[in-house]
Design a binder for this molecule. Sequence first.
Ligand code: NAP
Length: 512
Amino acid sequence: MLHKARSLGLRARVFEAGSGVGGTWYWNRYPGARCDVDSLEYSYQFDEALQQEWKWSERYAPQPEILRYAEHVAERFGLKGGIQFNTRVEKAAYDEAMGRWNVATSDGAQMSAQFLILATGCLSSAKLPEIEGRERFAGESYHTGRWPHHAVDFGGKRVGVIGTGSSAIQSIPLIAREAKSLTVFQRTPTYTVPARNRPLDPAYEARVKSDYAGFRARNSRMPNAFGSDFPRNEASALSVDAGNRRRAFEERWRHGGLPFMGTFGDLLLNGEANAAAAEFVRGKIQEIVRDPATAARLTPRQTIGCKRLCVDTDYYATFNRANVRLVDLRESPLEAITPAGVRSGGMEHAFDCLVFATGFDAMTGSLMAIDIRGRAGLALRDKWRDGPRSYLGLGSAGFPNLFIITGPGSPSVLTNMMVSIEQHVNWIAGCLDWMRSQRHSRIEASAQAENAWGRHVNEVADRTLFPTCNSWYLGANVPGKPRVFMPLLGFPPYVEKCNEVAARGYEGFALS
Ligand code: NAP
């Protein structure tokens, strides 16, 4: 966004809480952190030379490599000078008379700007569990989303991990190899499919790079903005017999990664189709995990893909190790963190290190962390008390000249984030440029357009199985958070709508 704003001749300044660039890849430095979208897709496409010259080492890039990439981009385009690091935005208030946003930062500074763009991330507000005694633990404790910058040595230590989402699934196999003992506290068993990560095939890389623009265009037409090389099979899982269904799941299981959910077109639309996919993965767990009681505890019963599917390397097999134990919190509820460790089901588990892999206050957490005041002092926290309300996920009524990158109500977390981020950056930049050419100084989503958009986002979700489980897409992981499905399903129709809105002079927005 900074690069794009500068290219329009605008003056822009970025505030960043971290001491460096990279966002998610700056904060999430836990062992095993890597992307689960192919690296040739999980990258910027705005500059042909950049995408041609950068070399990824693996099918799925590890966190340090993605961080190096972010740093390279910042250097290459001279962006660092425009970013004020180690600075949190604490308050932003719209001054109607001046038509400007007044922004207060953690270093005590105040400044104003005509436009305010929130690029605060969907999964950046780390969430610790609401467990009594957390601060009393005497050993080392870490949250996967706030990992220290120094290496953490688990060698010879007794380690406890709380949580079994994507971050836990990636870190558990590596921590298990190092630690003396590892105890995993599981509240909800997770479906995870093998990553089949490997060094990037040079022939594949060459093929993609011979027509990168074509590759990008094909991916942007995919429902989740990635995966055109192995697209979703649109047929119903129920249109083939059990043997063919199994062979199809097996083929995708062997291919590895998120395309598993594209084995058939109706896995997230039809309960029976979904049950077939879930049963296939349950069968894999029984095959991989040797101890039947542990396998049973690891076996999920909910809709597969309803919580975000995880992608792993050796997750289930890790429970065959002699130094790894699983505690099922449904049998032994978590009672407290004690100075020595964790008490669950009346039993004390002693640890040297505790890892909280307990996720994020997703999609709204980092927006709500800022005291944002729109027209007439309206607080975004109050306006969104019953759930986020936005038009296109880009703007919100009552908050003129404020844009959100990958905000709730846009496809964001259901897509390749890099693609969604660039689509929003381009749309916002296009809007700013157009406003300038039309001599407009103010833009604000109309309440009517916003209400209609909110209904649309929910209607689309209600046609699927997504609302059937307690996922962070619904805010269900944060006690007291309103249950609203926040992202919009379907990238291509969303892009079409955004383009149409722009082509019609920013229909649904009031301009003056
Ligand atoms: P998450 O998916 O929200 O998982 C959090 C885990 O902690 C869940 O197993 C949850 O159990 C458990 N938990 C939370 N509070 C708890 C409590 N009070 N007591 C016991 N257990 C508790 O968080 P995440 O693993 O950090 O992943 C978040 C998202 O980030 C992912 O879904 C994905 O979109 C993204 N991510 C992507 C990658 C990748 O690209 N490979 C890697 C990491 C993360 P319940 O299920 O019962 O709530």
